[in-house]
Ligand binder design. Structure first.
Ligand code: WQD
Length: 342
């Protein structure tokens, strides 16, 4: 008997890669997505890659009625993986209420619908942004969380606090919260990847769009940080490694011998690369120089972030296996495929 897993936001970037991993491991997947930042055609691609078309329901999880109704239909599900959220930092500063409303209502409605329908396991998409500007590297999970610079980041911090209160309340539901560092890369098929709407906020899609001629040049936001070359250091992680970590977290939650109500894990590689190192690595992969210019710092950026990976390795038996070259190559292949299609 296949175990049914509800994946909210399963049409999005990390969600769609995770759906593929779940299907490949014989889970039955139900995707819930409002398609606000994704396209339903992703289902065709998932089917092409895996041979299985996941069940799909278009639903707005901000509505408690709609959430209750869809969870009732799928009350035989064993667990929920909750990716659905808005994630654009700059947009969240412009429109904080939209972010608090969407990211927090959807989580609360999901938890309530799980409780009412006896679906007792949840994996939550959190972010390294909950660490703010950490004082020691690598960052371990017990480092203090800080109020985020952006409303987006703050929704992740508040969501973790909600999960802490909820799992302390003797609820039946057990939760794993996964703190992603900087996800990049795309599926090896070249069929799915990140597709940001409008001007990308994040470094990797900005680099690939610049190389593809969609953007004129990359702005490097500051080179006067206290790092080796003055540009900020981040822990970039392949999205397929992230998807594998969700599988491991799910297996742990569904294992009757694991009894922790709430666990938190970093998902990173433990290695940090500067913005200039990323540009050089991209140029090596693409074989062409990238047009870029050093500009002012971007408000809210911190000098350095990279994960301690020890806890995920020890408890989830997971570690990232894909290196920087593979991450960048897959991002670039995906961008080129996308441009050929558009
Ligand atoms: C990386 C580095 C920039 C764009 C954010 C969110 C986090 C997570 C991932 C997602 C920084 C520099 C970037 C550009 C640049 N959220 N940069 N020019 O800021 O580490 O994390 O995205 O949903 O919560 O905060 O990632 O990719 O934006 O930036 O110089 O055009 O690249 O200054 O040093 P960040 P990023």
């Amino acid at each position: 008997m296949q175990e049914k897993i509800i994946v909210t936001g399963g049409c999005g970037y990390i969600g769609s890669h995770t759906v593929i991993t779940l299907i490949n491991h014989n889970y039955e997947v139900v995707i819930l997505d409002d398609l606000s930042n994704s396209n339903v055609q992703i289902l065709d691609r998932i089917e092409k890659i895996t041979g299985v078309r996941p069940h799909f329901e278009q639903v707005d999880l901000k509505s408690s009625e709609a959430t209750q109704a869809v969870f009732k239909t799928h009350k035989d599900a064993k667990a929920v993986i909750h990716f659905a959220a808005h994630k654009a930092v700059a947009e969240s500063i412009q429109n904080p209420l939209m972010y608090y409303q969407n990211n927090l209502f959807s989580l609360i409605n999901t938890l309530k619908a799980q409780q009412d329908n006896g679906i007792n396991h949840l994996i939550f998409s959190s972010s390294a942004t909950v660490y703010g500007n950490p004082s020691t590297m690598p960052i371990t999970e017990d480092a203090p969380t800080q109020r985020s610079f952006s409303p987006y980041g703050n929704t992740k911090k508040i969501a973790e606090e909600i999960l802490e209160d909820f799992t302390n309340s003797q609820s039946e539901i057990s939760v794993i919260s996964l703190r992603y560092f900087n996800p990049i890369g795309a599926h090896e098929s070249g069929q799915i990847g990140e597709f940001p709407t409008g001007i990308p906020n994040n470094l990797m899609p900005y680099i690939t769009q610049t190389a593809a001629g969609v953007r004129e040049k990359l702005m490097v936001f500051g080179n006067d940080y206290p790092t080796k070359d003055g540009t900020p250091i981040r822990d970039y992680i392949h999205v397929v490694d992230l998807a594998d970590a969700h599988l491991k977290a799910l297996q742990r939650l569904l294992d009757p011998s694991s009894t922790q109500p709430l666990e938190v894990f970093n998902l990173g590689t433990g290695k940090g690369y500067s913005v200039l190192e990323m540009i050089k690595a991209f140029e090596a992969v693409s074989g062409s120089p990238l047009n870029y210019e050093i500009t002012e710092r971007r408000p809210g950026d911190v000098p350095e972030m990279f994960a301690s990976t020890a806890l995920a390795k020890q408890v989830l038996n997971w570690e990232a296996t894909r290196g920087l070259q593979e991450m960048i190559q897959s991002s670039w292949t995906w961008e080129q495929n996308l441009r050929n299609e558009l």
